[in-house]
Design a protein around this ligand. Structure first.
Ligand SMILES: [Zn+2]
Length: 258
């Protein structure tokens, strides 16, 4: 299959939005930033070139002013809180988790409050009080506490569940973690994006693309460039800044639910 053949179904999907006089909404979350690196430069250059707002989930305990200086030159980047140290506390043989039920609630919430304070202290107005749990996992009973320590939003992976704060999830992961550990097949990814776009047409939750710049192979970079090119060619697609989604999601949150 040629590249054009792989991407044509998405072109047609976006044309459907155009005919309905609507915009398909996308947002981009990239995880695990700590320091300026060539891979981060590449992500910031590519997204900057297409004017795509990018939310970097930054690991608070491991980052410092070097990232701040780099992002001062990338006004399209915002920063969210990626746990505290991206450290696994789950027992051997269980799925990795930092925000886990194996420690006291106080210990986990202390870590999170410290993470929020550190990222906000470093990045100021660039920081968005959104928690991105490492490995996309958080003990469900902690979610109702996030508002009380200053978080306005939570972002994990998959369909959002009603919560006491805005939940803005990613739903298309471009990496094949359990297979090649490189980019997933482009044709399959295009079909996944189309499926999410159709769901979004009905429920209004945006298509949330998830990337990990530090482990991208050439195929991952190529996929992003093609996706940005296709979505730039139509007015029926908008890449939204996370702040817009937090503001909108906050209005929809269900008080008292976790
Ligand atoms: Zn991570």
């Amino acid at each position: 299959m040629t590249s054009d053949q792989i991407w044509q179904p998405l072109v047609e999907e976006l044309a459907r939005w155009q005919r309905a006089d609507r915009k398909a909404e996308f947002w981009l979350r990239d995880d695990d930033a700590v320091d300026p690196t060539p891979a981060l430069d590449r992500l910031l250059d590519l997204t900057g070139q297409f004017a795509i707002p990018v939310t970097l989930a930054v690991i608070p305990a491991l980052t410092d002013g070097k990232l701040v200086a780099r992002l001062d030159e990338a006004p399209h980047a915002t920063v969210a809180i990626h746990g505290w140290a991206h450290r696994n506390h789950a027992p051997e043989g269980q799925k990795k988790q930092e925000l886990d039920p194996h420690r006291s609630r106080e210990a986990v919430l202390d870590d999170l409050a410290r993470g929020l304070s550190r990222i906000t202290g470093l990045h100021g107005a660039r920081a968005v009080p959104m928690l991105v749990p490492p490995w996309n996992r958080i003990d469900a009973s902690l979610i109702s506490e996030l508002g009380s320590i200053g978080f306005a939003a939570l972002s994990v992976y998959g369909p959002p569940k009603p919560a006491s704060l805005a939940v803005i999830n990613s739903n298309v992961d471009i990496m094949d973690w359990h297979g090649t550990r490189g980019c997933r097949d482009h044709g399959i990814l295009v079909q996944t994006i189309i499926a999410q776009s159709r769901r979004a047409f009905d429920d209004g939750e945006p298509v949330g693309l998830l990337t990990h710049h530090l482990v991208h192979d050439e195929s991952a970079w190529l996929f992003l460039e093609r996706l940005f090119t296709v979505t730039a060619r139509t007015e029926a697609c908008a890449w939204l800044p996370i702040r817009t989604l937090v503001r909108r999601g906050a209005g929809r949150a269900i008080p008292g639910k976790v």
